[in-house]
Design a protein around this ligand. Structure first.
Ligand code: ATP
Length: 224
């Protein structure tokens, strides 16, 4: 059987309990063999904003996952001089990880923006995508307009609605799909965590314990 590998891309400035719980829940539901967190070098939509160095973001992911044998952090994007788009990173991983099925994980807010991503049609056609609901982004929250109304009818045909905590069936895995999941809902963003740290308060309730210790030790996000 092909190895199932989940790819969780993002800024991760810092990784927080939302990312953490989504990763765990998806690994369980999809019987994922390995999950790779991939911090972006500078995500296109965030250029111009202050972002911690890739090294701090990668280090926080590394300490967060140190006791998780199936979770890894990959430097594939922070090391890439050409600042790849997501679809290019997936292409590279697909070539490197033979006999694997890749599942790209994204939150509902990213999914709402996905049509602005480079080659989004190819990304959604060639790769499995798992969308994790986020508070404020329910599938039908906008007067019955679904979360996927921005996609073409061809792409909408690939949707598998797993809301209500359903898990995929093996039949789904024969071809790429877009899975809508709501396994966990954690109302936290990295923006919130940075703001809490900036105010000099503890972020212990919002990030994995080693990440809270890292933020404190290196005085990240604090007023200089
Ligand atoms: P920021 O507040 O800086 O914009 P963020 O909390 O959205 O950050 P990112 O690192 O940008 O975190 O997110 C990486 C990926 O994780 C994105 O696909 C995002 O949608 C998803 N994500 C982030 N937080 C959550 C959450 N609480 N629940 C589900 N998905 C999330």
């Amino acid at each position: 059987m092909r190895q199932r590998i989940a790819i969780y891309g993002g800024t991760f400035d810092p990784i927080h309990n939302g990312h953490w719980q989504v990763a765990k829940a998806i690994m369980n539901a999809f019987a994922i063999d390995r999950l790779l967190f991939i911090p972006a070098f500078v995500p296109p939509h965030k250029r111009g904003q202050q972002i911690s160095s890739p090294f701090h973001r990668l280090a926080m992911l590394a300490v967060a996952t140190i006791n998780e044998p199936q979770q890894f952090v990959s430097p594939i994007e922070v090391e890439a001089p050409d600042r790849p788009y997501t679809v290019q990173t997936l292409d590279r991983l697909k070539a490197e990880l033979e006999n694997s099925q890749l599942f790209f994980v994204m939150g509902a807010d990213s999914f709402r923006d996905v049509t602005t991503w480079r080659d989004h049609q190819r990304l959604l056609n060639e790769y499995d995508v798992i969308v994790a609901m986020r508070p404020g982004y329910q599938p039908g929250d906008q007067e019955g307009i679904g979360i996927a109304d921005h996609l073409s009818p061809e792409l909408q045909a690939k949707l598998v609605d797993l809301s209500g905590g359903q898990v995929p069936s093996n039949d789904n895995f024969a071809s790429p799909h877009i899975y809508l999941t709501d396994y966990v809902e954690v109302d936290v963003s990295a923006t919130d965590v940075r703001e809490i740290a900036r105010q000099g308060q503890s972020v212990a309730n919002w990030v994995p314990p080693p990440v809270a210790a890292y933020i404190e030790k290196y005085r990240l996000y604090q007023k200089s």
